[in-house]
Design a protein around this ligand. Structure first.
Ligand code: AMP
Ligand code: MG
Length: 489
């Protein structure tokens, strides 16, 4: 186990050419205090969780103290925002403290979000508010527990600093971890600047550190692009299957490792609706739930274009197709699991779409419907009333269940075993906006952080019924006002 002072830092990004980054120190908050620490992430870097009891913990994780060996920097990138190319973005409020190397040879970048101004801050203040920090902290871990590739969350530190958004709010910093925070936009910036040598240096860096099996491969840049396409396709299929929307799928928010990154105005859908738009600033619904797979395709094309000086034309064209094929296959497989099916039969995709259409017309809670479907009884139609009652058009649902029953019988499915399987694919608990909101309100109004830790624990084990937690599996009360989340956080 490591202490704060014995973590072993490397700073491989500093060995890239100068234009790739700016060396910059975090700007600490006055009187920092720890809001929450996640022992599961501490374990990844072998940091002793008892270190969180030391007052220095908050100082290190708000930049007041610099870790021995850390050489902090902000990285340059650009990207397509809502379809338009923005020539320069970069880490405007996130500072990379360096990579921690474990004894097993794993490396984790430690990035402090909300750490103050950098060369790339543009009009921003370099800060993050406690509200958005809590949302990112919890969702990263919730997604991980759902089996979805994502950045991880180590801790939140707040302090005596007020940050202005629409209103004054407490500021905070999030320490997030990933093997790499390189984005599609990191490639785009060198392509659009015509700096093809830098493009190659970046691709080699990513391969050496994160795709080492490609180092000696002849067409390694094409293989890199194709592996990113596959990982992205798998990730987006998982988002769709779990009913989650990112909200801001700009190419600067797309990870070169296929990680879910930059949690902002995201949302888990409650009432199923394909046109669901979680980001209040997304007036045209570009990033609506149903568009995500197509946006993934668009983004892979943008990456392929950015990498085009390194790759032959045919391989470039193959990337979005590979993405699409992967995404569709993965999605079909996940939906098959959600229905508790083991075999693949023709017509299964229609069984899925017809159920989703019924859910759409009844605005059924996406998560709860699939969870309750595990209790479906093939032999006792009356035993299925709790599922049936979630639909407005009961007869249409009866028709669907007759087909579902036939389909289950066609593979000789046994209810008990199917239920166990389905409960491992259909979560009981997701990070509903109103749950996060309760934790946010207690934190911002009363500096009471207990609810954050309660949610962190709950969402760490989303497939297991947890006693006394029934209220955490219920959608937001339809009488209460909707929770609005947007880009500005
Ligand atoms: P996002 O929409 O959070 O992915 O951010 C898009 C770009 O704006 C990134 O380059 C961010 O670093 C930058 N940015 C967002 N918020 C701030 C802020 N408060 N201060 C400085 N830069 C910011
Ligand atoms: Mg971003």
């Amino acid at each position: 186990m490591q202490t704060l002072e014995t973590l072993s830092f490397d700073n491989s990004y500093t060995r890239l050419p100068e234009g790739f980054f700016q060396r910059v120190r975090p700007t600490p908050f006055p009187n920092p205090h720890l809001v929450s620490v996640n022992p599961a992430a501490a374990e990844l870097i072998h940091l002793d969780p008892n270190e969180a009891k030391r007052p220095e913990f908050a100082e290190y994780f708000c930049g007041a103290k610099l870790f021995p060996g850390s050489d902090p920097l902000a990285t340059l990138y650009s990207g397509h925002q809502f379809g338009h190319y923005v020539p320069q973005l970069g880490d405007g409020r996130a500072i990379l403290l360096g990579e921690v190397r474990t004894d097993e040879g794993e490396t984790w970048e430690l990035q402090l979000k909300g750490a103050g101004l950098t060369r790339f801050s543009r009009d921003g203040d370099g800060r993050a508010i406690l509200r958005s920090t809590i949302r990112e902290y919890l969702c990263g871990e919730a997604m991980h527990a759902l089996g979805i590739s994502t950045t991880r969350s180590l801790c939140i530190v707040s302090g005596e600093e007020i940050v202005w958004r629409e209103t004054p709010e407490p500021g905070a910093m999030l320490l997030r971890m990933a093997p790499s925070h390189v984005r599609f936009g990191t490639f785009e910036v060198f392509f659009y600047r015509g700096q093809h040598e830098n493009l190659k240096i970046l691709a080699d860096y990513v391969i050496q550190h994160h795709y080492p099996h490609l180092v000696d491969v002849e067409n390694r840049y094409a293989r890199l692009l194709h592996e990113v396409a596959v990982r992205t396709g798998e990730m987006i299929a998982q988002w769709q299957a779990v009913g989650w929307s990112h909200g801001v799928m700009n190419t600067d928010n797309m990870s070169i490792l296929g990680l879910t990154i930059d949690y902002g105005p995201y949302g888990f859908m409650e009432a199923f609706h394909p046109g669901f738009v979680c980001n209040h600033s997304d007036h045209r619904g570009r990033y609506s739930f149903q568009h995500q797979p197509d946006i993934g395709y668009w983004n892979i094309r943008a990456l392929a274009k950015a990498m085009s000086p390194l790759i032959e034309q045919a391989e470039i064209q193959a990337a979005p197709e590979l993405y699409e094929k992967t995404m569709l296959e993965k999605y079909a497989g996940l939906m098959q699991e959600k229905l508790g099916l083991i075999e693949t039969h023709t017509g299964d995709d229609k069984l899925v779409t017809d159920l989703l259409n019924l859910m759409d017309s009844s605005r059924t809670d996406y998560t709860n419907l699939f969870r309750s479907l595990s209790k479906f009884q093939q032999e006792s139609p009356n035993g299925n009333s709790t599922i049936r009652d979630q639909f407005l058009h009961r007869e249409a649902f009866d028709d669907w269940t007759a087909r579902y029953r036939d389909r289950l019988q066609a593979e000789k499915s046994r209810d008990r075993e199917r239920q166990i399987r389905m409960n491992q694919s259909n979560p009981k608990y997701i990070l509903r906006n109103h749950l996060a909101q309760k934790a946010i309100e207690q934190a911002t109004r009363h500096k009471d952080y207990a609810e954050i830790d309660r949610l962190l624990n709950l969402l760490n084990d989303p497939f297991t019924e947890q006693p006394g937690m029934e209220a955490y599996a219920i959608p937001q009360d339809s009488d209460s006002s909707p929770i609005i989340v947007s880009c500005s956080s």
